[in-house]
Write a protein that binds this ligand. Structure first.
Ligand SMILES: [Zn+2]
Ligand SMILES: [Zn+2]
Length: 354
């Protein structure tokens, strides 16, 4: 049965979220109606809440979610009522970038921009993000998950898919050594996926609690305040350096250190978004001689999503390690406040629990 009304978690200004009631979105011919069970608070949602980036309020947002299919449109062929799904990225599937598998859909809606109608409480920005109890998605915008997979874990398919994308772009291979700078959520997920690939994993992290948290997924964990990670990596690799370095922190001044750990032909993956995004110097002659590659990575493709779901379904990931806690929808304010406390891992809102 499709209910008429639903609740949404609405950010009305920095540090303010409220529950508001809306009509359940109408099913489209090509869409399915999903009841969201778990929705995670990503950095993209945390930053306007913390007032770090400019947000357009009121807004709903949320793109990390998982739930159950409640109804299907008449053209839907591959999904039935009761299927468990995780929300994917919104993309058109027909523009040149989509067709060529590049991601970066040219027709993706800009949820962060000022374009279009001014948002209001009646029509908040991105109402049909995963912080609404019901959303409609086309079949190319969600992924099936097994019924045995926990919804809060499955909600993290999106950040995990970004990590799979990063690992894939790095071409990290069996027997290679990689260094992961930072053991935040993305650092821990990188360590787990790199381990699954059969690479040797070194993590550099200043915070003791984070070092403990990542330890079981790494071959070595280094405190860069006590041990120079450059020396450590050199000593492990016969002076060569690391094949791949994942730069998973938002501190651009650390990039130079990360870069200096690379072996010849090494790849450095620029994973984190930077605030502020300060420029820094590079020696082109060194890049030329060493055949270094500096590779940006952002977002993911469908295959990365499928692989992320598979990694979780096959029991290859410990998602509990990247979840701080779960909050019922009525405690959404506490959930958002906790999510911006430095050092917090993912906070999940249980969208159907009062
Ligand atoms: Zn996200
Ligand atoms: Zn597209």
């Amino acid at each position: 049965m499709i209910p008429e009304k639903m609740k949404s978690v609405v950010m009305t200004s920095p540090r303010a979220v409220e529950l508001h009631e809306y009509a359940v979105p109408e099913l489209t011919e090509n869409g399915v109606l999903i009841q969201i069970k778990s929705a995670a608070i990503c950095t993209i949602d945390q930053r306007p809440y913390a007032g770090v980036t400019k947000g357009f309020f009121p807004r709903v947002g949320g793109h990390e979610g998982a739930g159950v299919v409640i109804a299907t449109g008449k053209n839907v062929v591959n999904t039935k009522v009761g299927d468990h799904v995780t929300v994917g990225r919104i993309h058109c599937g027909v523009c040149e970038n989509c067709i060529k598998g590049r991601g970066h859909c040219l027709n993706a809606p800009d949820f962060g921009g000022p374009g279009g109608e001014k948002p209001s409480i009646e029509k908040p920005q991105n109402l049909f993000g995963s912080f609404s109890q019901y959303i409609v998605r086309n079949e190319n915008e969600f992924f099936h998950i097994p019924e045995t997979l926990n919804f809060s874990h499955a909600a993290l398919a999106e950040p995990l898919s970004d990590v799979v994308h990063s690992i894939r772009r790095s071409r990290l291979a069996l027997g290679e050594t990689c260094v992961i700078i930072g053991a935040g959520i993305m650092g821990i997920l990188h360590a787990q996926v790199a381990r699954n690939i059969g690479a040797r994993v070194i993590v550099s992290e200043v915070d003791a609690a984070r070092r403990d948290r990542v330890a079981e997924f790494a071959d070595y964990v280094v405190n860069p305040k006590e041990t120079d990670p450059r020396e450590f990596v050199k000593s492990l690799t016969g002076g060569r350096g690391s094949d791949v370095v994942f730069f998973a922190i938002a501190v651009s001044s650390m990039f130079e250190q990360a870069y200096s750990m690379l072996a010849e032909t090494g790849r450095i993956m620029v994973y984190s978004n930077q605030h502020p995004d300060d420029p820094f110097g590079l020696r082109l002659g060194q890049i030329h001689r060493s055949e270094f590659e500096i590779i940006g990575t952002s977002g993911s493709l469908d295959l990365d999503f499928v692989n992320a779901v598979e990694l979780m379904s096959f029991g290859k990931m410990n998602m509990e390690k990247v979840i701080h806690g779960e909050y019922p929808i009525t405690k959404c304010k506490e959930a958002f406040d906790q999510s911006i406390v430095p050092g917090t891992y993912r906070v999940v809102i249980k969208m159907d629990e009062e």
